[in-house]
Ligand binder design. Structure first.
Ligand SMILES: *[C@@H]1O[C@H](CO)[C@@H](O)[C@H](O)[C@H]1NC(C)=O
Ligand SMILES: *[C@@H]1O[C@H](CO)[C@@H](O)[C@H](O)[C@H]1NC(C)=O
Ligand SMILES: [Zn+2]
Length: 439
């Protein structure tokens, strides 16, 4: 390399510095929006003691400053649910609902680069906080999009509601589950719901049309106890190991389809052992020369909406935990698996669903790209509204962002946060203007 290229690199330096300063300079409004996001993140809404009262107070006061109607509901003591409304010009049309949960999972501060409730914004614009992606960004983005639409004198045809709900991270029983079946919810006449999705490491936004349904399966085996040295049939451990082997083979059959690229992780039944309980305790650990008379194993099972739950129930009964091998089981099906009309809990993500088309076009109009619609591998509150027969999509507009939900050092970049507000402005205005009769 010649001197020439060195000197030209040096002469470029001031320009590079200048352009990076320009790229990270925001308008006053944008700076304020980022600050409001940081303020919300600083409210400790992580389990096991989420401060719902402070979060609801903060969000209500923001909503009031925008001119939204506010209503605080409480379906379980100490767990407030905040409902915000912007009435539309045509009350005969169904409304749209934007949902976000207030609570988040805990954080281990010692494992973080920055304290998880400080919402530190580093030089690269990354805002570090528990809840930055999952999903406190949404509440503020919804509000700021509505603020911008109000400022632009937008008039919605359909009413726009925002629900800020407690308890999602602990299953939703005292939050969205009760809300979706309430009189208050019915009165909203909701036609379409947007709920949380997940970050996308590429420049395409992800969108989810269904969640997998979580089951907990606990298998208990019994059998003759005996001396540790004795070889005999039908011990409790032997029976339990049979169960574990059969389940492991099934797990492999599902996982192989993922590895072969035939199905996505969320399109197969996942089953993972999460605990094994057996043995006779002793002061130093376990009695080693004794085969126990009881043993237990727990599995986390997740079903995509495409599989028949009856077939899996039959498989568990006949193959995984057969009574003739001295096994009993407890199956806890967490949440709904079919809607009130008996249909699978999946929102059609194609032209057969006019809400889908409006949503998709609005994202594209905002300059965004959408990835192929997916089933979410885990669960969200969306399943409770899908259960009521209402179409719902999971969508968190975070492109070019590592997926950090529930992880250490969860962060969202300021630019990504701000772009999300713009995306919601397009999406909310399109959905609330959508003229067709409610499907
Ligand atoms: C079931 O348990 C009983 C009582 O412990 C035992 O006698 C029998 O052999 C066991 N049968 C099987 C198939 O494990
Ligand atoms: C749309 O999706 C639904 C459910 O996923 C499917 O049953 C239907 O055939 C699809 N319709 C079109 C027009 O692709
Ligand atoms: Zn979440």
């Amino acid at each position: 390399m010649s001197l020439f290229s060195v000197s030209s690199a040096f002469s470029l330096l001031p320009f590079l510095l200048l352009s990076s300063v320009l790229a990270s300079s925001f308008t006053q409004l944008e700076e304020d929006q980022i600050q409001r996001f940081q303020k919300y993140l600083q409210i400790r809404t992580a389990h096991p003691n989420p401060d719902y009262a402070s979060a609801v107070a903060f969000l209500s006061s923001e909503a009031q400053s925008i001119g939204l109607q506010t209503l605080t509901l409480e379906f379980a003591r100490g767990k407030s649910l905040l409902l915000l409304s912007w009435p539309g010009s045509d009350p005969s049309l169904s409304s749209i609902l934007l949902n976000s949960h207030i609570d988040s999972v805990p954080a281990e501060p010692s494992k973080w680069l920055h304290p998880p409730f400080a919402a530190v914004r580093d030089a690269a614009g990354r805002i570090f906080a528990r809840g930055a992606q999952d999903d406190k960004c949404l509440a503020v983005q919804y509000l700021e999009a509505l603020r911008n639409l109000k400022a632009a004198s937008f008039v919605p045809r359909r009413s726009i509601h925002v629900s800020l709900v407690p308890d999602e991270e602990t299953g939703g029983a005292d939050g969205a589950a009760k809300f979706a079946t309430s009189q208050e919810f019915r009165a909203l006449n909701v036609g379409f719901v947007l709920d949380e999705g997940q970050a996308s490491p590429t420049d395409e936004f992800r969108v989810f049309y269904a969640d997998r349904s979580p089951w907990s399966l606990i298998v208990k085996a019994v059998g003759e106890p005996g001396h540790g040295s004795r070889m005999y049939d039908n011990g409790a451990m032997e029976n339990l190991m049979d169960c574990v082997e059969v389940v492991a083979r099934f797990r492999e059959s599902q996982f192989d389809q993922v590895k072969a690229g035939i199905k996505a992780v969320s399109e197969v039944i996942s089953v993972n052992p999460v605990f094994v309980k057996a043995g006779t305790p002793s002061p130093t650990g376990f009695v080693m020369n004794m085969q126990p008379s009881e043993a237990e194993v727990g599995f986390d099972v997740r079903l995509p909406p495409t599989v028949d739950p009856d077939l899996l129930r039959k498989r568990i009964d006949e193959e995984w935990a057969p009574a003739i091998r001295n096994m009993t089981y407890q199956l806890i099906e967490k949440g709904p698996i079919k809607d009130i009309a008996g249909r699978p809990l999946a929102t059609p993500a194609n032209e057969s669903n006019p809400w889908w088309s409006v949503f998709q076009q609005a994202v594209i109009a905002s300059g965004g790209k959408l990835a192929r619609p997916e089933i979410l591998a885990s669960t969200t509150d969306a399943r409770f509204v899908r259960q009521m027969g209402i179409p719902a999509l999971g969508f968190s507009p975070m492109a070019n962002t590592p997926i950090l939900l529930h992880e250490h050092n969860e962060f969202l970049k300021d630019t990504v946060f701000l772009r999300g507000i713009k995306v919601y402005e397009h999406v909310i205005s399109a959905l609330s203007s959508f003229p067709a009769n409610s499907p």
